[in-house]
Design a protein around this ligand. Structure first.
Ligand SMILES: [Ca+2]
Length: 106
């Protein structure tokens, strides 16, 4: 979980920088992370290579964790696991870190 938290922190910074370009940041984590995904996906492939993910602050271990089908790229669906985690972190007052397994069934 320490790695995941570091990843979220790094992506949070990326999201803040991204949101600064707009009048208001999306409050919904899915919208926010979709926007981040689209910004990171420079070649428009609808997937993130490990290089693109690394540029966003995801290390190789986090990349492998998110790449649930092991095709060496992150789809939007895989990337949005981070949005679900961020939502749980920010919205779950006092309920963080105890389990973290709610997204594993996908
Ligand atoms: Ca994948």
């Amino acid at each position: 979980m320490k790695i995941a938290l570091a990843t979220l922190f790094a992506l949070g910074l990326t999201g803040a920088a991204f949101a600064a370009d707009y009048e208001s940041a999306p409050t919904d984590p899915v919208e926010r992370y979709t926007a981040i995904f689209q910004q990171l996906d420079e070649d428009g492939s609808q997937s993130l290579s490990e290089e693109e993910a690394n540029a966003a602050g995801l290390n190789s271990e986090s990349f492998a964790r998110l790449d649930t089908n092991s095709d060496k790229v992150l789809s939007l669906e895989e990337f949005l696991v981070l949005a679900n985690e961020a939502d749980a972190q920010s919205g779950g007052s006092g309920a963080t870190g105890s389990d973290g397994g709610t997204y594993e069934g996908q």
